[in-house]
Design a protein around this ligand. Structure first.
Ligand code: MCF
Ligand code: FE
Length: 406
């Protein structure tokens, strides 16, 4: 048994003082340290630094590890030039992205306290690294292919990758990612969704990320028209927005981005129990706009805060992401926004994916991110904001009760 005693503990959305946590693989007790010492006289006692805050390990629901070799190659600013640059450089980037590059990406996440991440896997090349990292991984095998003549072959390849990821054991949760409405043929889309339903696998999909995506799905026009004519010799989208959303009616899905969704579409997502992965920097860098999180709050749509991959970001540090979110949503009250953002990397993703982490409470996995503030916070209510503003790197990370060497 280990007793960990920080200055503050993040419990149920608030910060508590004068408490410590007793844990092995799971959390056994949360009480004042003196009481825990009596209860567990032989336990190892760890007193954390001054101004320390214990959070549940952070959960990053959406990253693309396979694109971790990108720094300056891809074109940022607008979605379509970005996508064209992905097509042009994908092979080189993926070839450059060896295990060492991906391990470094996992390490960056770990240094910022991320103990669980969801990676969108296009090729399966990051699976080995994911099995080796101490972090827990939701391994989203990506289905892509809008062309009817090749969709079947791509679907078979997807099934094979999914199968491999099912055999990895405990640290890897096999899952399915639908790339996007414009890039997945409705026939294979329905098959993949059925697999997710029957096998109860987590499901996610990029959705209404850019204005161009909307124009294409609604009117077969805009920047996607040229793209599809050039690469796929077609001028017509394989689906439309309502057909796509309705395909997910019977399985709560984690939709990534949804920046361009209308209020009506958001209401529909709410009604069907879906959730959203909010990637503020990715949206900014690809010129996609701002997700109106105030509307999500109103409609009770759960949202996680995620980094996306280095394909559309400049770091995988979750504190960088949270700081950017603070600036992007500039009309929100800072205290409420900070609280919401911290929930978006802890309890909310845990609930969305039914993970036994993301909260410091009895019987939860002992996954922790221990941070320290540079000075004493003015009030308990300020701690979420001050953490987001001042922390770049955690002091310690625990996963399943084990302290991770960093
Ligand atoms: O989330 C960002 C932007 N939206 C869509 N796709 C990707 C993102 N980062 C990487 N991708 C991948 C995606 O998984 O890029 C490819 C897909 O494999 C684009 S389609 C050729
Ligand atoms: Fe993405």
């Amino acid at each position: 048994m280990t007793l960990l005693s920080p200055n503050y503990i993040y419990i149920d959305g608030t910060f508590k003082e004068n408490l410590a946590v007793a844990f092995e693989k799971k959390i056994h007790a949360i009480e004042p340290l003196s009481k825990l010492k009596q209860q567990y006289p032989h336990a190892k006692v760890l007193e954390a630094k001054k101004n320390s805050v214990l959070y549940p390990g952070f959960i990053n629901t959406h990253v693309h590890l396979e694109f971790s070799a990108n720094s300056t190659t891809l074109q940022y600013g607008e979605f379509m030039p970005w996508l064209n640059s992905v097509i042009k450089n994908r092979e080189d980037l993926v070839a450059k992205c060896d295990n060492a590059v991906m391990q470094k990406a996992c390490q960056t996440m770990m240094n910022s306290g991320i103990t669980t991440f969801g990676t969108i896997s296009s090729f399966g090349t990051e699976l080995e690294v994911c099995t080796q990292t101490p972090q827990k991984v939701i391994f989203f095998n990506e289905l892509i292919g809008s062309n009817a003549s090749t969709a079947d072959m791509l679907y078979q390849d997807f099934l094979e990758r999914l199968d491999v990821s099912k055999k990895c054991g405990e640290g890897i949760i096999p899952a399915i990612a639908i790339h996007a409405p414009y890039s997945v043929h409705p026939i294979v889309l329905k098959r993949a969704i059925n697999v997710a339903i029957t096998e109860q696998l987590p499901l996610s999909a990029h959705f209404l990320e850019s204005q161009s995506e909307r124009e294409w799905l609604e009117n077969n026009s805009g920047a996607f028209l040229e793209f599809f004519q050039k690469f796929f010799s077609t001028s017509k989208s394989v689906t439309n927005i309502s057909e796509f959303i309705e395909s997910f009616d019977s399985i709560p899905t984690h939709f990534t981005h949804a920046v361009q969704a209308t209020t009506k579409e958001l209401e529909y997502l709410a009604k069907k129990g879906h959730s959203i992965a909010h990637c503020p920097r990715s949206n900014r860098f690809l010129g996609c706009g701002r997700l109106p999180i105030e509307k999500l709050h109103e409609l009770n749509i759960p949202f996680s805060v995620a980094t996306d991959g280095l394909s559309s970001n400049n770091s995988l540090n979750i504190f960088d992401e949270l700081r950017s979110a603070l600036m992007l949503h500039h009309e929100e009250a800072l205290d409420k926004l900070s609280a919401l953002l911290i929930k978006g990397v802890t309890s909310v993703p845990a609930e969305i994916f039914n993970l036994n982490s993301g909260k410091i409470e009895l019987n939860r996995d002992a996954d922790f991110a221990l941070v320290s503030l540079p000075d004493e916070p003015n009030s308990l209510e300020d701690i979420a904001l001050q953490t987001i503003l001042h922390v770049n790197r955690v002091d310690d990370v625990y996963i399943g009760g084990e302290k991770i060497k960093m």
